[in-house]
Design a protein around this ligand. Structure first.
Ligand code: NAG
Ligand code: NAG
Length: 675
């Protein structure tokens, strides 16, 4: 992976700058290591527990301390809030100036469905009873039980685990609804870790996206932009970042790329990392995007949310509907080094590999978390039969097991578990470690439109590997390709993503791969197309330059946004007047939008139109995809002519500036031919 040297140097300069600030006595808080405890970086030099390295549990009426000589974890009893993490010479890694309930906790946003004054506020899960589940030299596991309340209509048993010799701790939770539970909507389930604001200044969420971050107070003195989460840093403590935009959504990742993120303190050199070794319990599998770490400094594990999806992903329970699901375990890893944050990131990546190797964990005590021998697996070879070619192995296709349902239903399925794997270049793969139960097999592959679903249900049994042999997917196609725009992979990343306005940039997002994360790109459309909307000419235009990544509204005045009509101009020979042509339009995202398709006459009756589609908010949240949708639109040959034709794509809705689409792929197929 290429490390950008410039930003590396800039990173180092920032660190120096902040170190100077600290030395200059810019006191943002009052925490000091107690006298006599040197802030050294080597945790093993200061054993705090059993001299033999065993795990110790020390519970009083008010708190419980877990200690393995490397990490010391203090939780409030019986609530279960993490109030302290001692490690690597730091007395407390968490934000000690926050109330005990506001440092490390699980929370939920849920409402009784018939509650009129519903809010989407996150509420802490507060334990009412505390129990030591296991206490040996090798492992401590403790439980906080949160009973069903009017605010949180389900029961949660959440656990913390400390193992001997392990630099960090595990957590997971068992969510249960019994038969008496009222109808409920659940929008969010997550855990939050709020870190020492003076110490943790450097955030890393990927090899590339790492930096010294703005401070919380820089956001407070800044100017909120189109969404309150996006803040223009107009008066930051560090003058060099003046004018930058900060927004936690800029650091969102697909679950598959959201396995490791965290923060670094440079003096002493300590890192704290959130490691998620599996997507099985996360809503919607590997391609759902969610938050990671952000200014605070905060570190999240989001298990369930409606981010980048909208209300389709609200988890809805009917009155009395029973349910049980285990979220986690995840691992909070701690490491220490010699001052280079990238070295700590690197070590944490190695630790992620260790966690992946030991998944599914054998040590959680709850029987609701199945161990390896209680799980089954599936193997098969996935082929694509796109008529124009013989069946070809799916190259890096995605195949998953999810609750039985319709084609594509896994996209908005979140009550169960999902198990996904990526095929190799020969289409082969195994999905390991699947929970026992009934599933459908779902799949899709880059380069092909649509979704595959297995004809029959698959019954996973413990310890058994099911070989499903060759599975062949025939993607939608009615005729040969006349032209196509983009590449079908459920993302708009291959299209033209503009540079941000220099007034709203975040300097670490300037590379091609991350540019779509920049703030305010939707308004760049109106600057590039001030008078006339985009026209794309087949054979002349190039989708990497001439197809704007999002079909957004055009700004024609302060806060005035107009609907837009894009044109695709294409030549055609030998039109079959009574033939049925097909326009395949795959959307990568949609937000309060509608699509109307007209052929050769912008004022004609639309050959195709939708009502409102999508509330995934991917445009405003700097995503490059939301939920996937495919339209196969019949175009009667008598609307086409020999010579030049135009297809008009109109997005008519303009209530709010973020109405629009991201296209994944557009293709015109010739007249339907016999299969
Ligand atoms: C389209 O533009 C990209 C980027 O400039 C270039 O790499 C590619 O070759 C172009 N494609 C065609 C078909 O000209
Ligand atoms: C034309 O093709 C579309 C898309 O493949 C299909 O939905 C429609 O039924 C076809 N219409 C006719 C008249 O065959």
């Amino acid at each position: 992976m290429k490390i950008d040297k410039v930003s590396k140097w800039r990173g180092l300069l920032w660190i120096l700058f902040f170190v100077q600030l600290l030395i200059a006595g810019d006191c943002r808080g009052k925490t000091k290591a107690p006298a006599g405890r040197k802030p050294t970086a080597n945790p093993n030099a200061q054993p705090t527990a059993n001299p033999n390295g065993g795990v110790r549990v020390n519970a009083t009426a008010k708190q419980v301390v877990l200690d393995n000589g490397i990490v010391q974890l203090t939780l409030q009893v019986p609530q279960g809030y993490i109030i302290g993490i001692r490690y690597g010479g730091l007395e407390n890694i968490l934000a000690v100036s926050n109330r005990p309930s506001d440092r490390g906790y699980w929370d939920i946003a849920s409402t009784n469905s018939d509650d009129n004054d519903r809010t989407d506020d996150q509420i802490r899960l507060v334990g009412a009873s505390f129990k030591i589940i296991k206490q040996t030299e090798d492992q401590a596991e403790i439980s906080f039980l949160c009973p069903k309340t009017s605010k949180v209509p389900l029961q949660v048993d959440y656990r913390y685990i400390l193992l001997r010799g392990r630099s960090g701790f595990y957590s997971y939770a068992i969510f249960t609804r019994d038969k008496g539970t009222p109808a409920t909507d659940v929008q969010y389930i997550r855990t939050v870790h709020k870190l020492d604001t003076q110490k943790f200044l450097y955030m890393a969420v990927s090899d590339k996206l790492q930096r010294v971050m703005p401070m919380n107070r820089d956001r407070e003195t800044g100017k909120p932009l189109a969404y309150k989460e996006a803040v223009h840093l107009t008066n930051p403590t560090n003058p060099k970042i003046k004018g930058e935009v900060d927004d936690k959504y800029q650091y969102a990742f697909d679950h598959k790329d959201n396995k490791l993120h965290g923060w670094v303190c440079t003096d002493p050199s300590v890192g704290i990392w959130l490691i998620t070794p599996s997507d099985e319990f996360r809503t919607r599998g590997p391609h759902k995007q969610d938050l990671t770490s952000h200014v605070g400094p905060n570190m999240l594990s989001v298990f369930h949310s409606i981010h980048y999806a909208g209300p389709d992903l609200i988890m809805k329970f009917t009155n009395g509907e029973p349910w049980k699901k285990v979220y986690g375990p995840y691992f909070v890893h701690l490491n220490s080094g010699k001052g280079d944050p990238r070295a700590l990131w690197q070590e944490a990546k190695n630790q992620l590999q260790e966690e992946l190797k030991s998944w599914p964990y054998e040590f959680p005590v709850s029987e609701d978390f199945p161990k390896a021998n209680q799980r089954g697996s599936v193997e098969l070879i996935f082929f694509m039969n796109d008529r124009s070619k013989p069946p070809v192995p799916a190259n890096l296709g995605w195949v998953g097991l999810a609750q039985p349902g319709e084609v594509g239903s896994w996209q908005s399925e979140m009550k169960g578990y999902q198990f996904w794997a990526q095929t190799d270049r020969e289409g082969k793969f195994t999905i390991p470690n699947v929970h026992v139960g009934k599933y459908n097999l779902y799949a899709w592959a880059p380069g092909f439109i649509g979704d595959y679903k297995s004809a029959s249900e698959i019954d996973i049994a413990p310890g058994k590997q099911i070989n499903l042999g060759d599975q062949v997917y025939t993607p939608p196609r009615s005729g040969e390709t006349l032209w196509e725009i983009g590449f079908p992979d459920r993302s708009a990343a291959e299209f033209f993503v503009p540079d941000p306005s220099p007034n709203f940039a975040n300097p670490i997002l300037n590379d091609q791969e991350n540019k779509y994360r920049q703030y305010g790109l939707w308004d760049r459309y109106s600057e590039i197309y001030p008078k006339q909307d985009l026209t794309y000419t087949i054979g002349v235009s190039n989708h990497t330059k001439d197809w704007f990544y999002a079909h957004v509204l055009r700004k024609t005045g302060p806060e005035i946004y107009q609907p837009t009509v894009w044109q695709v101009v294409f030549p055609l020979k030998d039109v079959v007047p009574n033939g049925n042509y097909t326009l395949q339009i795959a959307l990568a995202a949609a937000n309060f939008a509608a699509l109307q398709v007209r052929v050769n006459n912008p004022d004609s009756i639309a050959v195709f139109s939708t009502s409102l589609v999508g509330k995934d908010n991917a445009i405003a949240r700097h995503g490059i995809h939301g939920l996937y949708q495919l339209y196969s639109i019949g175009i009667p040959g008598n609307l086409l002519k020999s010579g030049q034709n135009t297809i008009f794509l109109r997005q008519p809705r303009n209530n709010g500036k973020f109405c629009g689409f991201m296209y994944d792929y557009v293709r015109l197929e010739g007249p339907a031919s016999p299969k």
